[in-house]
Design a binder for this molecule. Structure first.
Ligand code: NAI
Ligand code: MG
Length: 330
């Protein structure tokens, strides 16, 4: 029996979480779901975007599923704070091309490892007369920790055996200087892994001109976030981009996308990013075979090209695609 926290949030977060729950219900595994609130609607109701109760539920679960939240003016981001509360310091964002879906190149297959606890995402901003200041904190400890994860992952993937460090140390000489230095310090422990480092602006171009170059990309919080939406765009969009936030004691799984107010309420959101995030969650709790089955089912449904949501060129609704994926698993 696994205790799983379910935090749907706002907008399409609610719709894609329905897909995840539908799928989990059909599995031959026992789950005890605990539900938590977060986000914009939650703020309107409770005066906070992330209630203590939700943090408690997530902390006491074996893993957490998060949908998406709409940002609330003047309030901190619930997902950033939840990542902090759970100390899930590594945000893993796999990117791969799917047969049947237009991709910039066939066989794109890399993973972004994004530092999750510091950088500009500390949300420390203040004013000093006419100066508006955002703090960008980078520590050696967090930089080494995230590089360590990246090298381990490249070794485990056993594909190109390469890690690319992405930074902007030509301008952010101190903060990104430390990020890069930490990367090369950790690299010494992994002589069998090839290393390279690029500036973030050049990386944004290389992702388009030579996406097959990449195996594991490690970067700081904001750069990792921006590059992951760009990378999702290479292989069919945010509807196919899952993510896992991993720490020493907790795992929090969520699609890369947000609450998509432009399509919310229409039941046309692509459920795959949430379903693939659910597979990452199952892999994390030890249900590796089921995780693999889900990934294969998504691949097959997408490749058949019959039941697809509009973002992938189809006409199907969120639950129609979800049911097709579940049926494919049996
Ligand atoms: P978004 O990721 O919600 O949407 C960007 C574009 O991708 C939209 O055109 C949307 O329709 C499309 N899209 C996203 N997911 C899709 C799916 N599953 N199926 C089909 N199309 C999909 O980003 P946006 O519009 O910049 O932000 C909307 C809200 O979400 C904002 O309030 C933002 O702050 C919040 N946000 C929350 C995140 C989270 O909770 N982790 C992450 C990113 C944004
Ligand atoms: Mg993002």
């Amino acid at each position: 029996m696994y205790n799983i926290a379910i935090i749907s949030g706002d907008g399409i977060g609610l719709e894609v979480m329905e897909s995840a729950e539908y799928l989990l219900d059909k599995l031959d595994i026992n789950f005890n779901f605990k539900y938590g609130e977060a986000g914009f609607e939650c703020f309107n109701k409770n005066g906070t975007t992330l209630p203590e109760e939700t943090i408690k539920i997530a902390k006491s679960s074996d893993a957490t599923l998060f949908g998406a939240s709409t940002s609330t003016p003047g309030q901190p981001s619930p997902i950033i704070n939840l990542r902090k509360e759970l100390d899930v310091y590594a945000n893993l964002r796999p990117i791969k091309s799917y047969q049947g879906i237009k991709s910039l190149k066939d066989n794109i297959d890399f993973i972004i490892v994004r530092e999750n606890t510091e950088g500009l995402y500390c949300q420390i901003e203040y004013e000093d007369n006419d100066k508006i200041i955002a703090e960008r904190i980078i520590t050696r400890k967090a930089s080494e920790k995230i590089s360590e994860i990246a090298f381990k992952l490249s070794k485990r993937r056993n594909k190109q055996n390469k890690v690319t460090c992405v930074h902007k140390s030509n301008v952010l000489k101190k903060t990104d200087g430390v990020f890069k230095e930490s990367f090369y310090k950790v690299a010494e422990k992994y002589p069998q892994i090839t290393t390279e480092d690029f500036y973030v602006d050049a990386t944004a171009m290389y992702l388009i001109t030579n996406p097959l170059n990449f195996d594991v990309i490690v970067s700081s919080n904001l750069f990792g976030d921006i590059l992951s939406d760009e990378s999702a765009g290479l292989v069919g969009g945010l509807g196919l981009a899952p993510s896992g936030n991993i720490g020493d004691d907790n795992g929090l799984f969520e699609p890369v996308h947000g609450s998509a107010p432009d399509i919310a309420g229409k039941n046309i959101a692509n459920p795959c990013s949430m379903i693939l995030s659910t597979a990452m969650m199952l892999d994390y709790i030890g249900e590796k075979e089921t995780a693999l089955k889900i990934n294969n089912a998504v691949e097959n449904v997408v490749a058949k090209g019959k039941i697809l949501t509009p973002d992938l060129g189809g006409k199907s609704k969120t639950m129609e695609m979800t049911k097709a994926i579940v049926k494919e698993m049996i």
